[in-house]
Design a protein around this ligand. Sequence first.
Ligand code: GLU
Length: 302
Amino acid sequence: MDYQTILEKVSKAVAPLTGEGKVADYIPALANVNPNKYAVCIDSIDGNLYAVGDADERFSLQSITKVFSLAMCLSIKGEELWTRVGKEPSGTAFNSLVQLEVEGMPRNPFINAGAIVLADVLLTSFPDPEARFLSFVRELCGSDTVDYNLEVAHSERETGYLNAAIVNLLKYHKKIERDVEEVLAFYFKMCSIEMNCKELARAFLAFANHCRFDYAGVSLTLSQVKRINSVMQTCGFYDEAGEFSYLVGLPGKSGVGGGIAALYPRRYSVAVWSPRLNSKGNSVMGMKTLELLTTETMESIF
Ligand code: GLU
């Protein structure tokens, strides 16, 4: 398949959407991003890389990092992890408190409440969780300069009132062991990791590649990788997971930095970045790019 030509065609087709949507500005440090940035990159199992646009420029991964923390937690806890966090789509916003109040347990690991529980699992599993998480992520994406962005993490802490409410509710329900401030700080730090589209595609190739998953001591069975993909499929796009599944037909995860990573099992991973978001928090051009990609290639899991 000539993915380079397809990516070029798709990126031209989405260009008219350039002004649509709004950059996430509830995290002050993210509001300064150039909203017109755009990149898409495919990394294929057979070793080829295809890229268009600003594919070497790093951006804030935000919720995309929840896939990495899920992988790490699953490798530590196995099936027992699902006693701490559910695996059902929430149908609510990523930062919603409503279900948590009624049900007492986060619906899935990709809403904030679920990812905050994952942060607690990592904090209680390692003496040096920040370093462990970073070395896992660096090995996954093949770059040892990928890092936390402390300015973004601190800026989110300044205004993260909803997440502070979530962590307190979790503590009230005895769903986290460590101190609320410590858990919140680590959660924000994980969200602040930056990558470019080439690095992000490489990181997600590990979830497309039905081979050994073993990175920086984090090892998963093929069955566990498959299950992470299924949680991405059903829960990866806030309350637009059904729409993404309908339009694109690939497992993936989005973040409010405007990135989306997705994968076509056994073939390729794809990363796209465009900071303007729709009302559900997903990148407008990113969603359209992936929709057109699977329309053009006729390749999806369905
Ligand atoms: N750090 C962000 C938050 O907790 C992540 C949101 C996202 O990318 O969905 O609000």
